[in-house]
Each structure stands twice: as structure tokens, then as C-alpha cells.
Design a protein around this ligand. Sequence first.
Ligand code: SF4
Length: 409
Amino acid sequence: MKKFQIPLFYNSNIIDQIRRIRESKDPRKKDLSPSLIKIDNIHVYIGRHFGFCYGVKNAIEICYQTIEKYPNKRIFLLSQMIHNQAVNDDLLENGVSFIMDTHGNQLIKWDNINQDDIIIIPAFGTSLEILEILKEKNINTEKFDTTCPFVEKVWNRLEQISRKGFTVVIYGTAQHEETRSTFSRAKKYGPSIIVEDIEEVQILCNFMSGKESEFNVKKIFQNKCSENFNFKKDLAKLGVVNQTTMLASETKHIIDLFTNTLVLKHGEENIKNYIANTRDTLCYATNENQESTLRLLREEVDLAIIVGGYNSSNTTHLVELTSEKTEKTYFINSAKKILPNNSIKHFDIALKKEIITKNFLPKKECKVLLTSGASCPDILLENIIMKLTEINNITIDQKAIIKDFEMRY
Ligand code: SF4
């Protein structure tokens, strides 16, 4: 895979060494067993795959190179480049401004943007409507488009299935930048609809089977389907594509629900005419990180720490997976959330706010699961490991830790 130029302050020496050792023993990345690092009485189980993915590295490289190359230009990002507070804060400090927030609300008016400005398109891509605004302003974004190729792959896939007469069903969060970008393309080619969870899919399946009223589905999906969507006609032939960071198990479940409903109507032998084969629209990083986390969960641990932006879709799914097995799962976005008095300030995804848990780290020997989302710099993991050792008054000897690790792998 291509090597990217990432600012050194995002790297971690200890994590780099662990990656290097694992890759040297397992270059094809087949072994999903966790990386165990032993630091005195704290045993940290790190996921085989975690942290910056291809698309994020690509976006970071383009952003920082642009800042360096064009010191006299105004540089804007359409919205957050990735869902990571630390990275976005650093870009702001380097003079980059965000035109919109993550929900698409305007922070800087289009009137204040002109053709001399540099506009960077984030890794999620952007909608056709926004590309049109930029075109009207004669702003060329080609050199500054960091749209991830795995997102573009979904767009290509939806175009193919739409041209074959299938209605595009997008499984994603309607407000997420990537889903808005994908939806804008799907609408261009034909009827399309966004489903946000299994419950919504079940409602559509019930409608398709005559067990739900049209009034109800119209109400539920009023802002989530293309203009003039005809629920009676447009749910006849379906193709499901994903926001690339959704849960793999749910994606499969959604396709199965639609398939089963259509099989009952048309029979197994005809199903290919009614549901498109689209099981490949999650990205590689989502699959790898989720599979590594599932493998991590085979370990009996005392607690789990998942690191990433609170609005990061892929990180939130890692938290969901982990919480099912480990009650003491703490979702944090920075090592600063680990407080010196053995408390942790962590994000509760159900309450949608940070809460504090006291005495979260056992003083005795303990096992900690640690992993991060695709937009999280490695240095955050290192800082977290340091904080854990500080709480238990352990002096860290990096060389000894790596030597011990290397001997075991
Ligand atoms: S998570 Fe996947 S789709 Fe998103 S930026 Fe990373 S590689 Fe691309």
C-alpha cells in the first residue's frame, strides 16, 4: 500500500515498532490476534488493525502539503476533514477554516469565498450540489480533492445498479457527510432512499409485504428519499450500498431482510432480478478494524478503551461491538480524559454526553483492551498507555517493552 507523508507528531514510536514487528511476521495481515504489550502489572491488548486508514492518511497528506505549499493563500475545508478533534484542531491552528459544520450548516457564507481561495474536499467527499456551487465560482478543486477512493467505489457501484433499474438503498446516517454525498449521486441516477437502522428496514419490508401503511412509510422517510419517490413502485427492485463505515453484521442483516421479503414475492429462482449483489461496499479499513475488534473480544479483559472522535461512525461501531462483551468500555477522544485521580471522562453513546467513572483502573494486575478508529492518530494510544502507567506508578521502559514484545511474536 502507498506510503504517505504524515506529520511526525501524529506518530508513536512504541506503536510504530509494534506495527513493524507484526508486519514483518505477518505481511499478508492474516493473523488477527491482538498485540499484547506487558508493562509491569498492566497488560494491554491492542487490536491487530486500528488507526489511520488509507483514506485518512491520503487526506492528511494533501492537507498538510497544501498548507506548506501555499502560505499566502486562504485555505478552506468544506467541513471537518475527518472526524477527529485533535487533527481538526491542528488544521485550524495552521490557519485552515471550515466552511460548514459536520451537519452541513454554513459557518462561512459562500459570498466570502472566491476563486483565489483553496477549497479542500474532505475524505467523505461532497455532494453534487456543492460541487456545482464551487464550479460556478470557478474554483478548481481537482488538486485538493481528498475524497477517499473507497467512497468513490460506492458511488461507481450505485451508478451501475441504478442504471440496471434497481432503486438504490443507502444504509447510513442521513446527516453524515459521506451519506449526504452518496445520496446526492444516487438521486441523480434514479429513485433512492436512506435507511439508518434495522428498524427502518423492517418497516420498509413490512410495507412491501402489505403489513405497513403507505402513510406511515411516507412520514418516516419524508426527508430520506429522492423527490417523487413512489413507495408502491420504487421498492420493487433494490440494491443496497453502504456508508463505508457501518457495522458489517448489520449490513448483511439488512440485505438478508430485503432478500427474504423479495423471495417471498418472486421466488428464490428469480431473486437476482429483484435484489442487486452489493455485498462489497464497506471499505477494507472498516472490515479489518471490526474483525480485529471481534478477535480482541475473545480475550478476557478488565476494561476496554476505544479511542476516536465522538462523531466518528467507524469508532462508534467499535464501541458498540465492545460494549456487548465488556461492560467497562470507555470511549475517549484524548489521553486528557484519563484523570490523575484514577477517573476517566468518557463518552456515553446512549446518553450522547461525557460521563465520569471513578476508580476505573484496578490497582492489581489488569488486562486492558485498547483500540482506535480509522481517524485516530497513533500518538493518542501511546499517550493513553502513558497515563495508565502513571496511575499505577509504573516507570515505562520502552526498549524493554519492545524487546519483550519482539520475543513473543
Ligand atoms: S474509513 Fe474507509 S472509506 Fe473512510 S476514509 Fe478510511 S479507507 Fe476511506
